[in-house]
Write a protein that binds this ligand. Structure first.
Ligand SMILES: Nc1ncnc2c1ncn2[C@@H]1O[C@H](COP(=O)(O)OP(=O)(O)OP(=O)(O)O)[C@@H](O)[C@H]1O
Ligand SMILES: [Mg+2]
Length: 319
């Protein structure tokens, strides 16, 4: 088993709304990712996935908890250390069009990281590096002088990946990196990310809102609901033996993701109102929508309980 690259314990990130209300976007989240592996993080819009990613990359300051990267505590670091970290940790975004500067050529978009971290000696070397990166992501050297709007969605995502790879990172947050693409293109990008991972021993946090594609790239899956991880485990475990009623709901929402599961289990639809993450009430945050809710769920926060092989869930049914 390989070493742990990222160790996150009790991570918290709050946002202050209108000066007085506190929105607990990430509330006591813990997970680890081993070097060369992928953690798939899924959950509905607003559950806090992007906030987790941005806090790991220190775009946001964490409000609590500890983040260790390669054995070093990075929860509280200086500006200089932050710059070093941006070389090791990169992000790929959902909408490459919005995240790529439309006035820059592909050469300058990919070259920016090389410039910031001074990763070349001569102009020729910079160009050489950029051509090599274009090659790696399946684009052509002739694409160098073009602008983002001249590319298809899938090609733009490749440019975003080349930009992330330019600084030779160890860890990449793929934030809904394939969500905006057609299904056939999604598979191509997943295959490319998988190959890059093998070739470069990359570690990924792969964020998605549903369970359709994450299965093909993730070693482990974390399911988030309203700022918390409600289920965590090896990918096949989570797909075949989901424990949390919310995970079951997500699996039923995308039957193609898991035909085996739909054959074995009967439907337990999610009903009721989504509660607010602003000043949340005590008790399980999923209680208002849970098809198997009990009295205790409305009063007491459930804790994570672990069964064998690292499969965990945060649900009173499993106490
Ligand atoms: N900068 C911010 N200021 C205030 N609230 C924020 C900020 N960023 C996120 N939030 C809130 O925090 C919660 C989590 O947001 P986040 O973007 O992390 O969710 P997400 O799971 O990535 O959703 P999506 O699937 O839509 O991308 C949401 O309720 C959101 O409105
Ligand atoms: Mg998001």
């Amino acid at each position: 088993m390989s070493e742990i690259l990222l160790d996150v314990q009790g991570l918290k990130k709050d946002f202050r709304i209108d000066g007085k209300h506190i929105l607990k976007a990430v509330d006591d989240v813990s997970f680890t990712i081993r070097r060369g592996e992928t953690l798939g993080m899924v959950g509905e819009s607003g559950c806090g996935k992007t906030t987790v990613g941005r806090t790991l990359l220190r775009i946001y300051e964490p409000d609590g908890g500890k983040i260790s990267f390669d054995g070093k505590d990075i929860s509280k670091i200086s500006k200089r250390q932050e710059k070093e970290l941006t070389k090791k940790m990169q992000m790929i975004y959902q909408d490459p069009y919005a995240s790529l500067n439309s006035f820059y050529t592909v050469e300058d978009i990919i070259g920016e990281g090389l410039d910031i971290h001074k990763l070349y000696e001569t102009k020729a070397e910079r160009r050489e590096r950029i051509i090599e990166l274009l090659n790696v992501v399946g684009l052509h050297r002739d694409h160098m002088n073009r602008f983002p709007h001249e590319f298809s969605g899938g090609q733009r995502q490749r440019i975003g990946i080349a930009r992330a790879l330019a600084v030779n990172p160890e860890f990449i947050v793929c934030d809904e990196a394939i969500s905006a693409l057609d299904v056939s293109i999604q598979a191509q990008v997943i295959n490319m990310l998988t190959k890059l991972q093998k070739d470069r021993n990359l570690t990924y946090l792969f964020i998605a809102h549903d369970l359709s594609m994450v299965r093909y790239i993730s070693d482990n899956i974390a399911v988030m609901y309203m700022g918390k991880i409600v289920e965590y485990g090896p990918t096949n475990e989570v797909y075949l033996h989901p424990m949390h009623p919310y995970t079951r709901g997500l699996l039923e929402a995308v039957p193609v993701a898991n035909p085996d599961y739909t054959k074995i289990h009967k439907k337990t639809p999610m009903i009721g109102e989504v509660t607010s993450p602003i000043n949340p009430k005590p008790g399980c945050r999923f209680a208002s929508r849970c098809p198997v809710v009990m009295d205790v769920c409305r009063t007491t926060d459930p804790h994570m309980t672990e069964s064998e092989n690292g499969h965990k869930t945060c649900c009173h049914k499993y106490r």
